[in-house]
Unconditional design. Structure first.
Length: 334
């Protein structure tokens, strides 16, 4: 039987106290016990003396507004002003180094080095950030100032037109024409434009492309894209003929002149000469040489701008190289 409490109200030490919960302590729930839900009324936590614990001081509004100091290292690649302007392209398109690799500029690793060196431009701005995404259909990309055509469906071809063929894509009279050479491409859906014309008796270089803007500019005399011809003419050409042709010769439709002239060979009463001019009037080379007394026996166009005919046989096609394509675009301001 338990002894009654003392008269002063203190409990008898011999009275049995309730057992503590296993693993628990005063004011704390036992291990495994459920915590009360937020908002529920809870008994304040007690310290060792059985008194309520003092509440922790709350951060003041001024302390909360204080900026956090970060000791993190700065990013390895920082934005430049040009990068900020290009930032909207980062989420879409194709990575720039992949675009350069697909265009045949260099491997992806080498393309990354070109970017690091500041040798790549996108839409007129130098790019130094790796991983930039561009739209190959619309972006203007240059490496060392030379345009890189990255649009996949663009076609640029060099054709060695045979003598006796028409410089047309079709001929109502059934005569052989350059359209016959590229008929498979046309049937497959490619719409090709030929850059300039050569009369049936003239052979040599004709450019074919599906970029109508490029073709138009290459043919327009205001862009002054030079064209080079080799002409075998009747008679022994005097070395002073070059000065006459550079000064200009009056023709039926106005004066015409050459940009450069050279005498290459004289043999059997005929001369081989080289002419460079940027005009594109009909039969302009033949009419110029006729006017100075040296009718043309054979005429071959060997160059248009940076593109050379090469050693392909008449009637053969070849795709233009990257530097040739870039040179053509650069020559006409594209």
């Amino acid at each position: 039987m338990n002894k009654p409490a003392r008269r002063d109200g203190t409990p008898d030490r011999n009275k049995r106290q309730p057992a503590k919960a296993k693993g628990g302590s005063a004011g704390k729930p036992a291990q495994g016990a459920k915590r009360p839900h937020r908002g529920a009324t809870t008994t304040p936590a007690l310290n060792k003396r059985g008194k309520p614990k003092a509440a922790k001081p709350q951060r003041t509004a001024q302390a909360q507004a204080a900026p956090m100091i970060s000791n993190a290292k700065p990013a390895k690649h920082q934005y430049t002003e040009a990068d900020r302007d290009l930032a909207p392209m980062k989420g879409d398109g194709i990575r720039l180094q992949k675009v350069l690799a697909q265009a045949g500029v260099a491997s992806r690793r080498a393309a990354e080095e070109l970017i690091d060196q500041g040798r790549v431009e996108v839409d007129g701005r130098i790019v130094r950030e790796q991983g930039l995404r561009v739209d190959p259909e619309n972006a203007v990309v240059r490496v060392d100032g030379t345009r890189v055509v990255v649009k996949k469906d663009l076609v640029h071809l060099a054709l060695n037109k045979p003598r006796g063929w028409q410089s047309t894509m079709s001929d109502d009279l059934g005569r052989p024409c350059i359209g016959d050479i590229v008929s498979e491409r046309v049937t497959a859906g490619q719409r090709l434009f030929h850059v300039g014309r050569l009369d049936a008796d003239t052979e040599g270089l004709i450019l074919l492309t599906n970029d109508g803007d490029l073709a138009h500019r290459l043919m327009h005399p205001s862009f002054e894209v030079p064209k080079t011809y080799l002409a075998t003419v009747q008679g022994v050409v005097d070395r002073g003929l070059g000065k006459t042709l550079k000064a200009g010769v009056e023709l039926d439709d106005g004066p015409a002149k050459v940009d450069a002239f050279a005498l290459l060979d004289v043999n059997g009463g005929k001369s081989l000469v080289k002419l460079v001019l940027h005009e594109g009037r009909k039969h302009i080379v033949r009419r110029l040489l006729d006017a100075v007394g040296h009718p043309v026996v054979r005429l071959v166009r060997t160059d248009i701008g940076v593109v050379a005919l090469g050693d392909g046989r008449p009637g053969t096609l070849r795709a233009l190289g990257r530097h040739e394509v870039g040179g053509l675009y650069g020559a006409v301001g594209l």
